[in-house]
Every structure is written in C-alpha cells, then in structure tokens.
Design a protein around this ligand. Sequence first.
Ligand SMILES: C[S@@+](CC[C@H](N)C(=O)[O-])C[C@H]1O[C@@H](n2cnc3c(N)ncnc32)[C@H](O)[C@@H]1O
Length: 207
Amino acid sequence: MDLINHYFPHLTDQQRQRFQQLEVEFRSWNERLNLVARTDVANLEERHLLHSLGIAKVVEFAPGSSVLDVGTGGGLPGLPLAILFPEVKFHLVDSIGKKIHAVQEMALALHLNNVTAEQTRAEQVRHKFDHVVSRAVARLSTFHTWIAQRYKRTGDATSGLYYLKGGDLTEEIAEAGLPATLFDLSDYFAEEFFETKKVVFVPATTV
Ligand SMILES: C[S@@+](CC[C@H](N)C(=O)[O-])C[C@H]1O[C@@H](n2cnc3c(N)ncnc32)[C@H](O)[C@@H]1O
C-alpha cells in the first residue's frame, strides 16, 4: 500500500488495514471472476485502487452525503472511495449479478457498513444521490442519459458526476454537449500511468 500511503498520508490505521484487506480480497475474487484483466493484477494498487482514489483529489464528499457508483464491476471506484469516506453512503450497481455478489462479500469482509450493492441496470435505479461516480462504462453522452435524473439537486455546486476517463476526450465531450470540467490526474500522481488519465466532472445542475 506504499502508493496509497504516499498520496494519502493522513489515513487512519483502520483505513490502512482496509486497503490492505481490499487488495487481498480483490485478488482472490479476481481469480474466479476476472474483475480486472489478469495481466493487470500486478498493478492493482496503482492502476485500480489509486486510480479510483483520483476522484478524492478533486472533490471531498461531505459526511452524510450519498454516492452512486454506476457499472461498478468489482467495486471500482466505489470500494476504495468508501474506505476513504467512511461517513458517506455508497450505492454500487452493476448489471452482472456475480460481480455484485463479489462486491457484497468484499464490503462484508471489510466491515464497510457505508456500502450497499445491487444488481441492476443504471437506467433502472430509482433513488436519488448527491453524486455519481464511474469508470470505464459507456460514452459520456449515453451515460449521462442514464443518470441525469438521479440527483437530489440540493444546489451544492460540487454535486454531480465524477467520471474516470483516459485519452483525448475532446470529441466525446463535444458529442455529449455537456459543461464538463476536466481534471488531469497527472497533476496529483507522478506515475506514468496517470499521464493521460482524467476526472471528468459534470455538475448535477446540468439539464
Ligand atoms: C469495463 S467494466 C468497468 C468496471 C469497473 N467500473 C472498473 O472500472 O473496473 C464495465 C462494467 O459496467 C457494467 N455495465 C455496463 N452497462 C451497464 C448498465 N447500463 N447498467 C449497469 N451496469 C452496466 C458492466 O456489467 C461492467 O461490469
């Protein structure tokens, strides 16, 4: 957990233990389910856990707020963020039941009582949240139609979508026609992997 400790130096002992345990649990589930590419498991901390935590470099979710993770797969970015923000409620959804089962088991093993996970399609979620997070699920234009009505709309300027994306996003953002703000993760993390990685923020106030 050297990288996470380096970039998040103020973790509690419990948070450190949970990140360690998440790495162990995730590797074990990955052998059965291919939650991330097998070839990528050696880079689990950098390319998956720290990448997920990139969202926390651009927004601090307030205690008591709620976050929907759409297309969470094996719990990314939701589980690492739930460890970092234990007073925020996370709801993780994916259309594939066996992935959601793995997420539920990992949340249970880590005693993450701020996490719920549900097998459902994004389009069928009915509750409302302060924020939406996601990584690697769909193009922004399609994705936004799924979640545009999922916000509580409290007027909080930080409320909205935090989407982890890579590469040149000019065309994708123009196609979506949304007022997106881009944050370069290379501003926060020195590893080469983050050179092209971004957090796309779309405010909830967007119609
Ligand atoms: C490439 S995986 C990414 C998983 C995870 N977010 C990550 O970064 O490791 C995309 C995931 O999105 C899920 N997915 C795709 N479309 C979805 C939808 N409409 N509703 C819910 N989940 C969806 C898939 O089942 C899959 O688990």
